[in-house]
Structure formats: structure tokens, C-alpha cells
Design a protein around this ligand. Structure first.
Ligand SMILES: *[C@@H]1O[C@H](CO)[C@@H](O)[C@H](O)[C@H]1NC(C)=O
Ligand SMILES: *[C@@H]1O[C@H](CO)[C@@H](O)[C@H](O)[C@H]1NC(C)=O
Ligand SMILES: *[C@@H]1O[C@H](CO)[C@@H](O)[C@H](O)[C@H]1NC(C)=O
Ligand SMILES: *[C@@H]1O[C@H](CO)[C@@H](O)[C@H](O)[C@H]1NC(C)=O
Ligand SMILES: *[C@@H]1O[C@H](CO)[C@@H](O)[C@H](O)[C@H]1NC(C)=O
Ligand SMILES: *[C@@H]1O[C@H](CO)[C@@H](O)[C@H](O)[C@H]1NC(C)=O
Length: 446
């Protein structure tokens, strides 16, 4: 592992380079301008894949996934902004399921997924007093998708009309599982209050629910019965969860599915993404823009620019130190950088800063540990956000991150001023092969 960190105090530049694969635990030495602390050198990348289990035909690709998006005719014109970010006409397969036909004079947007109108669900029972019976219709999307009988489908993936999928990473994650077995994959809500009400045992619909074909085959047989049996359950995802309990297939949690049941800014969470490919983001119209002072949709587009160059590394966290200056630097590749003008240990750096509240607006608790978002300006990191992305000739990427916000007014502590001179950070990194994620899994399992 080699790194080099050149700091131009006067030029106001920080330059970081990863010259081989590194994850957050194996960051750099030597540094040219500082002696970096090299933590956890023991990470098990040497235990590489020995069994190349997949024949070429067996590898799941985007064509094997049938998406089912819960939408409605009246709101699609606003919601399509999210699917436009990830839907690739004639590449991604699937449908937006609408409650009714779009207005007779409305032309369906060219770049939106094709639509289908859901079957009538008025005969089903729905008694959740704080919910909406559209949950019944949305729950049945997996069934109606299955019943289309399309060829070569291995996975049914359901999402909301405000879910953004990182489809390359979704493919990477699904490839970890045998599509001939029964799998129910997704993530929980981030807010404990939601999991207590709805369940820890279900995949949350906004974050995305992936169901393998053999499981879908069983599910569709009993789904209508479940919908009536779980008539008092609030959401479509909860009703599907009820059915899964009857079938006896537990949820496989994948840490890249993000329901995003949070309020406020997600930057603390996304600066410390778990060591897993980012698969989805939901509620992007509820949380603040990912990049401060930027339009919401544009901020996601920015991250997607980086994702297109290196999907596997997107939002992966790495950190390093400048022990001469007592700086800690945390990189969430393709998104943001935090510069702390003090030394912080790895455990602290990998813990999300509470820049957000729970879904119901409380300070805590979440399904993961958090640390305070200090109000005290001198304890806050200096933050940089993705500005530009380049692919270099040597198989590396160069990403530039710009400082946002006026920090000078915030902290007058003299330790802070050298760090405040840094206006921009450039990071070069080699492109991370999706195969790395398979190695992560195998070295864990074997
Ligand atoms: C996906 O794999 C199938 C084989 O199962 C192949 O026919 C198809 O061309 C592949 N599609 C893409 C987009 O790679
Ligand atoms: C979606 O995009 C259109 C134009 O691109 C814009 O007018 C509209 O306000 C956007 N809607 C939302 C909810 O962002
Ligand atoms: C998708 O494919 C169809 C049929 O080949 C073609 O008519 C259409 O223009 C394509 N759409 C896009 C957006 O490429
Ligand atoms: C659709 O367009 C036709 C012809 O211009 C018009 O007669 C009709 O009223 C329109 N329908 C709606 C729902 O606006
Ligand atoms: C870095 O921290 C150490 C220990 O707290 C301290 O002795 C040293 O003076 C600090 N160096 C700088 C440049 O602030
Ligand atoms: C950092 O990257 C930018 C491109 O965004 C480039 O113009 C600049 O020269 C780079 N700086 C250094 C020190 O490499």
C-alpha cells in the first residue's frame, strides 16, 4: 500500500493518492510530506478467491433483473426526476406501476420506465387507520410483475418512485447470491422507532426489495391471502414481510440498501458508508441536498458522475493522518472529504456524525452508532464536496473536492488556520474492480 500526501499550504491544495486497492482499513504509507499512521495492516485481502465458482453464463447482469416501481399517474411528472437518474432505457428492464392510466393527452416521458396499470385492488381488506390502501396495490407489484411471465428473470427488485438505484452495485450484490435459491434481500429503516413499529425482519420498500425468482414463485401464490391476513399492516413492504414469515425465508440484510428514514442532512451518514457497495438511496426529496447549496437532483447527478467512473468505490470511506500537523482526513470517494485539524482514531472516524434526526424528528436512536454533530465550530470538520471527476490514462481516477461554506467566520482557534488554507482536495485512486466485493465475501465465508 502506497500513498502520498503532498500538502501545499500556500497553494491551498491537498493532494491524496491511492496507488493500489485500499479500503478504509489499509491506508497509506509512506506519505511524502507526513508520516502516516498505518492502521490495521492485517486485513485479509491476501486470502483471495480460490474458487472461481461462476461460469460466465451464470453471472447475473442487469438484464436478469426486473424492476417494479410503485408510482401513480398524477405524481409521475415530478417523481420521474429520480428514475431519470438511474433508469437506462432499453438496458434496465421493468415497469412503473400506476394506479390509473396517464391523462389521455399526456405523452409518457421517453426516458421513463414503461408503465403498467395495476389491477383493481378494491376487494382487498385494508384497515390500518394511519395508512393508505395504495399499500395493497404496491404490495402486488411483485405478483403482477411475475405474472407477466418475462423470460430470463432471476430477480424481482421493487422500489419506490423516489428511490435511486445504483444498478451496477445492485448487480454486484445480487451476484453474491445464488438466484436459484430463495432470497429476500434488502435493508431496515435507520430509525429504531420505525423498526419497532414496522419490523426489523423486513426489507423496507423505499430502500428496495430484491426477491429471487424461486422465492417470487412461492410468494405470488400466497400474496393475496397475506394481504388480507395482514390487513392492519401499514405498508406494502410490511405485508410482503408478513408473507415471508409464513414462507419461512428470513431477510438477508445488505448494508448498501438505504431506506433513508432520516430527516436533515445525510452527509454524516454518507461520509461513513459501511464497507459495502452503495445500492440505493431513498427519500432524496425529504433529506437535504447531498451537497450543500446545490439543487437536490443536481447533487445526486454529481455523485453519479463519479459512480459512472468507479461504481465500486463510490462512497467508500478511507482515512489517513498527517501526524506532523495533527490532521485526520476522511474520504468518502466520489462524494465528500472531512478534514479534522486534530487526531481521531479509526473507530471515531467510521462512526456517522449526527447531521440528521430520526424519521419522527428525535435526536436518536438509530440502528447504528452515531457521534454528535458538534455545534462548537472548532470541533467541526472542514468539509469538501465532489466537484470534478476525471478518468486518467493509467486506469486511475482523479476526483477534486471543493470546500463549501465559510469556515473562517466559524473558528478562530490557531490550530485551525493551517487547515483553513486548504480550499480543495484532489484524490487519485485506482479503479476498484467489483470483483473485490466478492473477495470480501469469500474471505469472510471461507
Ligand atoms: C446477460 O447475460 C445473458 C446470459 O445469461 C446474456 O445473454 C446477455 O447478453 C447478458 N446481458 C448483458 C447486458 O450483459
Ligand atoms: C423535476 O424536473 C423538472 C424539470 O426538469 C422540474 O421542473 C421539476 O420541478 C422537478 N421536480 C422535482 C420534484 O424536483
Ligand atoms: C429503445 O428501443 C426501441 C426499439 O429498439 C427504440 O425504438 C427506442 O428508440 C429505444 N429507446 C431509447 C431511449 O434508446
Ligand atoms: C385531449 O385532447 C382532445 C383534442 O385536443 C380534447 O378534445 C380533449 O378534451 C383532451 N382531453 C383532456 C382530458 O384534456
Ligand atoms: C500534535 O499533538 C501532540 C500531542 O497532543 C502535541 O504534542 C503536538 O504539539 C501537536 N502538534 C501540532 C503541530 O499541533
Ligand atoms: C487538482 O485537480 C484540478 C482539476 O479539478 C486541477 O485543475 C488541478 O491542477 C489539480 N491540482 C493538483 C495540485 O494536482
Amino acid at each position: 500500500m502506497k500513498c502520498f500526501l503532498v500538502i501545499f499550504l500556500f497553494a491551498s491544495f491537498l493532494f491524496i493518492s491511492f496507488t493500489s486497492f485500499s479500503n478504509r482499513f489499509i491506508w497509506f504509507s509512506p506519505c511524502s510530506d507526513c508520516s502516516a499512521i498505518n492502521i490495521h495492516n492485517s486485513y485479509a485481502y491476501s486470502a483471495t478467491v480460490t474458487n472461481n465458482i461462476n461460469e460466465k453464463d451464470d453471472i447475473t447482469n442487469i438484464t436478469h433483473i426486473l424492476f417494479g416501481i410503485g408510482g401513480s399517474a398524477k405524481t409521475w411528472n415530478n417523481r420521474k426526476n429520480y428514475s431519470d437518474l438511474w433508469w437506462e432505457p432499453n438496458v434496465t428492464r421493468g415497469f412503473v406501476w400506476l394506479d390509473e392510466n396517464p391523462g389521455e393527452n399526456d405523452t409518457w416521458p421517453e426516458y421513463s420506465p414503461p408503465y403498467r396499470v395495476s389491477e383493481d385492488t378494491s376487494a382487498f381488506k385494508y384497515t390500518c387507520w394511519f395508512g393508505d390502501r395504495s399499500a395493497v396495490r404496491i404490495a402486488r407489484i411483485v405478483k403482477e410483475s411475475f405474472e407477466l411471465g418475462l423470460e430470463n428473470v432471476r430477480w424481482f427488485v421493487m422500489g419506490d418512485d423516489d428511490t435511486v438505484f445504483f444498478t451496477k452495485n445492485l448487480v454486484t450484490v445480487l451476484n453474491k447470491y445464488d438466484h436459484n435459491q430463495m432470497y429476500y434481500i434488502g435493508g431496515n429503516s435507520e430509525s429504531v422507532e420505525q423498526d419497532l413499529v414496522h419490523s426489523y425482519g423486513m426489507a423496507y420498500g423505499g430502500g428496495g426489495i430484491a426477491i429471487s425468482y424461486p422465492l417470487a414463485e412461492v410468494l405470488v401464490k400466497i400474496l393475496d391471502g397475506c394481504i388480507n391476513r395482514y390487513h392492519d399492516f401499514y405498508g406494502s413492504d410490511q405485508k410482503i414481510g408478513g408473507c415471508m414469515a409464513e414462507i419461512g425465508v428470513p431477510l438477508t440484510r445488505e448494508l448498501g440498501f438505504h431506506q433513508m428514514d432520516i430527516r436533515g442532512s445525510a452527509r454524516g451518514l454518507l461520509a461513513t458508508h459501511p464497507l459495502a457497495p452503495i445500492v440505493s438511496l431513498h427519500h432524496l426529496g425529504v433529506i437535504h441536498s447531498l451537497i450543500p447549496l446545490m439543487d437536490r437532483v443536481d447533487s445526486i447527478k454529481k455523485v453519479i458522475e463519479a459512480y459512472k467512473k468507479d461504481s465500486s468505490r463510490t462512497m467508500q470511506q478511507s482515512f489517513c493522518y498527517d501526524v506532523k500537523k495533527n490532521w485526520s482526513i476522511s474520504v468518502s470517494w466520489g462524494y465528500s472529504i472531512q478534514l479534522y485539524p486534530n487526531l481521531m482514531n479509526g473507530k471515531e472516524l467510521e462512526t456517522p456524525m449526527r447531521t440528521f434526526e430520526t424519521w419522527k424528528g428525535f435526536e436518536e436512536p438509530f440502528t447504528f452508532n452515531t457521534r454528535p454533530n458538534y455545534i462548537e465550530p472548532c470541533q467541526r470538520p472542514i468539509e469538501y464536496y465532489l466537484d470534478r471527476v476525471f478518468e486518467l490514462d493509467n486506469g486511475e481516477t482523479l476526483t477534486s473536492y471543493k470546500r463549501i461554506g465559510d469556515y473562517k467566520k466559524q473558528c478562530e482557534n490557531e490550530n485551525y488556520s493551517p487547515a483553513l488554507a486548504i480550499q480543495m482536495v484532489n484524490v487519485t485512486a485506482n479503479i476498484l474492480s467489483p470483483q473485490v466485493w466478492r473477495q470480501v465475501k469469500f474471505s469472510f465465508v471461507l
